[in-house]
Design a protein around this ligand. Structure first.
Ligand SMILES: Cc1cc2nc3c(=O)[nH]c(=O)nc-3n(C[C@H](O)[C@H](O)[C@H](O)COP(=O)(O)OP(=O)(O)OC[C@H]3O[C@@H](n4cnc5c(N)ncnc54)[C@H](O)[C@@H]3O)c2cc1C
Length: 479
């Protein structure tokens, strides 16, 4: 095989057959060259704007393979990318000219029901974890689409349907195994390597390749209260005002959001919502009694006159896949941007309504998330994830399919975000950000606030050469 790769210093390196053969022999997994003749990626990048396969992929089967891949890349001075679930919106696990460390074969999940812990390999997706933990009536907070990677989601925080009761995904991490830039394998927890443990709870993939995560579990389901009321988009202003009042006073068992979209003409769904712009008021009540949960959620079904109402007691496992059809892998082009709000004012709602009615493509979403509860009970400096005060977050999930629309769609996403800065606090959620070539425009400084200095010091200690740089990058800053 002939493979030419980009080095960290920007130069190009043609690797000889002998060098590649030695690397291949050192792996239990396989080494796969890319290019037009290359096999398809085992787990392709979700965002179709970043669909080119890597020049060389190391398909790792375990921690030892990851160590080999890191050591090989260091010895050759190569630029690397790391892929867990491949759901980076900004294409941060896509590296057409470099070496991809691919963890998609590492999906094991082991549950210890007595200690209420789950050990999860670094390439698992959310559905892998929910499936195994629900077998014991347990769950840990994860995101809302089952194919999202546990790794990227957790390292960047992790919002989902259990947040207000049980916190972010990263708040439920009790231990992680990390392959660092020098090839060492570290176990990070509150007691072992506490700086590293602090940094990976929000600091992204900057500090190494996480090969396993151990999560705290909670009794959830198997059936939970679920609200999913689809209102006409024209009514969004009134719906969102009513939702704001409800969410602000709701018990922590209720995690809720509003999604606006044009509902596709899906089989099995009534015609009244086919290709219809709607505001979906969604919520989960994760308490032990689903009937009580439905009673608590009832006001969300009466914010106006729904076109259709999917609300019902629902298996938690079904809730966790209910948004999947709207986010197919590799079919959508995407540019997302988010912003936190200290207050969801009437003016902010009016601006959101204006944007929701003027989306550039049917699959573009304008979302409002309610936070608070256990998310905001954590001290902003207790983990690297610093945003612990805002009660609301808005995201503009610009999604379209036609490459000819790239420029206009991205411009729409940027301008919607700019407009929201009038009402928001300017802080962003780094897992919902922009493009590969502008990750810093998203603002690690605003996202991390006072935590950025400590992150820079830990980065300097563990990765002084910035070997792991394809991420929302934290610059090594000694001292
Ligand atoms: C359809 C969709 C739905 C989403 N829903 C939610 C949601 O409900 N809640 C939420 O909080 N976020 C959500 N996100 C955002 C998501 O959390 C981030 O995009 C996250 O980075 C995806 O993780 P991944 O492992 O799939 O991504 P990847 O593309 O594999 O990686 C993303 C980043 O993490 C690094 N990384 C990946 N694996 C590892 C590892 N094992 N060790 C170290 N670094 C690693 C990569 O190098 C890259 O920088 C969603 C994204 C999409 C596309």
């Amino acid at each position: 095989m002939t493979v030419t790769l980009t080095r960290v210093d920007g130069s190009r390196e043609r690797l000889s057959d002998e060098v590649l053969g030695e690397f291949d022999a050192a792996l239990r997994g396989s080494l796969v060259p890319g290019g037009p003749a290359g096999e398809p990626e085992p787990r392709q990048e979700w965002n179709a704007m970043y669909g080119d396969r890597a020049a060389l992929t190391a398909r790792c089967t375990g921690t030892a393979d990851v160590v080999e891949a890191v050591r090989f890349a260091r010895s050759q001075g190569l630029l690397v990318g790391v892929r867990g679930g491949g759901h980076s919106v900004a294409g941060l696990s896509s590296i057409p000219d470099g070496l991809l460390i691919d963890l998609s074969a590492m999906r094991g999940v082991l549950v210890d029901p007595e200690r209420r812990l789950a050990r999860v390999q670094g390439g698992a997706v959310l559905g892998d974890v929910d499936r195994e933990t629900q077998a014991f009536g347990l769950a840990t907070p994860l995101g809302r689409v089952s194919e999202t990677g546990v790794a990227g989601l957790t390292l960047g925080g992790g919002y989902g349907h259990l947040n207000t009761k049980y916190g972010l995904s990263c708040d439920n991490l009790v231990e992680a195994q990390v392959v660092c830039a020098d090839g060492s394998v570290r176990t990070a927890s509150e007691t072992d390597d506490p700086d590293l443990f602090w940094a990976i709870r929000g600091g992204g993939g900057n500090f190494g390749v996480v090969t396993s995560f151990t999560f705290r579990l909670h009794p959830v389901g198997p059936v939970v209260g679920f609200a999913g009321a689809l209102y006409p988009l024209e009514d969004l202003g009134a719906i969102e005002r009513g939702w704001r009042e409800y969410a602000t006073g709701a018990p922590d068992e209720v995690t809720t959001l509003i999604v606006t979209m044009t509902f596709p003409a899906a089989p099995g769904m009534p015609e009244v919502i086919h290709d219809r712009p709607v505001a979906i008021v969604a919520a989960v009540h994760c308490g032990p009694d689903p009937d009580e949960g439905m009673r608590v959620l009832q006001p969300l079904r009466e914010l106006g006159t729904p076109l259709f109402d999917l609300s019902q007691p629902m298996p938690y496992a079904a809730v966790q896949t209910s948004f999947d059809p709207f986010f197919p892998r590799g079919g959508l082009r995407a540019y997302w941007k988010s912003q936190y709000l200290d207050e969801l004012t009437d003016d902010a709602i009016d601006a959101l309504v204006g944007r929701a009615l003027d989306r550039p493509a049917p699959l573009t979403l304008v979302n409002t998330f309610h936070l608070g509860g256990a998310v905001n009970a954590v001290d902003p400096e207790a983990t690297a994830f610093a945003e612990r005060t805002s009660p609301f977050m808005v995201s503009f999930d610009t999604m379209w399919t036609d490459p000819a629309q790239d420029e206009a769609a991205i411009a729409w996403g940027r301008s919607a975000w700019e407009e929201m800065t009038k009402y928001g606090n300017g802080r962003v959620f780094l897992n919902f950000t922009g493009r590969q070539d502008e990750p810093l425009q998203a603002g690690t400084d605003t996202a991390y606030g006072r935590n950025l200095r400590r992150l820079g010091r830990i980065k300097a200690a563990l990765d002084p050469d910035n070997f792991f740089q394809l991420n929302n990058n934290i610059v090594p800053t000694p001292g």
